[in-house]
Design a protein around this ligand. Structure first.
Ligand code: DAH
Length: 339
């Protein structure tokens, strides 16, 4: 009996010492002190001990039990301490480390330019409207006085969905859609994407953006057009900016013009930026053609108006001195983050 007890004590202490986790330690405890544990089993064997020896043996067993319980308790707190230590080490937060940078995107040069143009016209009381990119041939051409055989169709070759439906080549169809609604007067700009079957190069893309403008009211004259667009140019390119109107032809305006602004780089003296001329072409404009008004059920005897169309990329390229349009579409962060 004594040897057995001795053996249990030695083995149990060794196992307690070797336990690497709380779970393993608990198994040791159950193995010796549990209901079917080795020490418990030993107590059950007391019957075979001579009655006079029982108190002594009982005492010995108890001593071993207390010894093992203490050893278990000690090991348990040691393991718990180690566990806490490891966790603290793992979860340490070094507040002196440099912060991880969040790379936040920002507005595209096109968007910056568009918002600038919108700000200027909204400030003059214009409304911002939109029209569909997939457009009826009627709105894109016919109603703008560009019939099927008109040479202007060659310059604006586009992608046909079918005979009647095209990807719009200009934002001008939004003029027609707005006039058709019959609410007068009109003061609107219509920004949006347009399409042409052009080859990609430094100044062309099959998809780009325009901003259309339209004013219809009683007594609108070319003077209103000039005053408005001159003010637009000054706000966009600076107070010193001068404008020049050159006669031009657009089927849906009469008379029509192209507007140049004095070069904001050299002030008009002539430089590489304006190719030595001192002027930079910026938009097309004109007085809305009476035929177009009539097709939209507006009486040209009572109402008149002016319209203009600006290339958004052209403005972005000029304002930010970008020399290749393709850069605007390549989504290269190194380029985009400069603006
Ligand atoms: N839609 C024309 C184009 O894409 C630009 C334009 C010219 C628009 C004169 C107008 C305008 O509203 O009056 O070439």
């Amino acid at each position: 009996m004594k040897e057995k007890l001795e053996k249990i004590r030695e083995e149990a202490l060794a196992q307690i010492g070797a336990a690497q986790s709380l779970e393993a330690l608990n198994e040791v405890r159950v193995g010796y002190l549990g209901k079917k544990g080795a020490l418990t089993e030993l107590l059950k064997g007391m019957k075979s001990v001579a009655p006079e020896d029982r108190p002594k043996v009982g005492q010995m067993v108890n001593e071993v039990r207390v010894l093992l319980e203490n050893a278990l308790e000690e090991k348990k707190s040691a393991l718990e301490d180690a566990l806490l230590e490891a966790r603290l080490e793992e979860e340490v937060l070094d507040v002196t480390l440099p912060a991880r940078k969040n790379r936040v995107g920002h507005r595209h040069p096109n968007t910056i330019a568009l918002e600038e143009v919108e700000r200027i016209f909204v400030g003059m009381g214009y409304e911002v409207v939109e029209g569909p990119e997939v457009e009826k041939d009627y709105y894109n051409f016919e109603a703008l006085n560009i019939p099927k055989d008109h040479p202007a169709r060659d310059e604006q070759d586009t992608f046909y969905i079918n005979d009647e439906i095209v990807l719009r080549t200009q934002t001008s169809p939004v003029q027609v859609r707005t006039m058709e609604q019959g609410k007068l007067p009109i003061r609107m700009i219509a920004p949006g994407r347009v399409f042409r079957s052009d080859e990609v190069d430094a100044t062309h893309s099959p998809s780009f953006h325009q901003i259309e403008g339209l004013v219809i009211d009683k007594h609108i004259t070319f003077a209103d057009l000039k005053g408005t667009l001159a003010e637009f140019a000054r706000e966009l390119f600076g107070e010193e900016t001068k404008v020049k109107f050159r006669p031009h032809h657009f089927p849906f305006t009469e008379p029509s013009a192209e507007m140049d602004v004095s070069c904001f780089k050299c002030g008009g003296k002539g430089c590489r930026f304006c190719k030595g001329s001192g002027w930079i072409e910026i938009l097309g404009c004109g007085m809305v053609h009476p035929k177009v008004l009539k097709m939209c059920d507006i009486d040209p005897e009572e109402y008149s108006g002016f319209a203009f169309g600006v290339g958004l990329e052209r403005i972005a390229l000029l304002k930010y001195e970008i020399d290749d349009m393709r850069l605007l579409y390549e989504n290269d962060i190194r380029f985009l983050k400069q603006f």
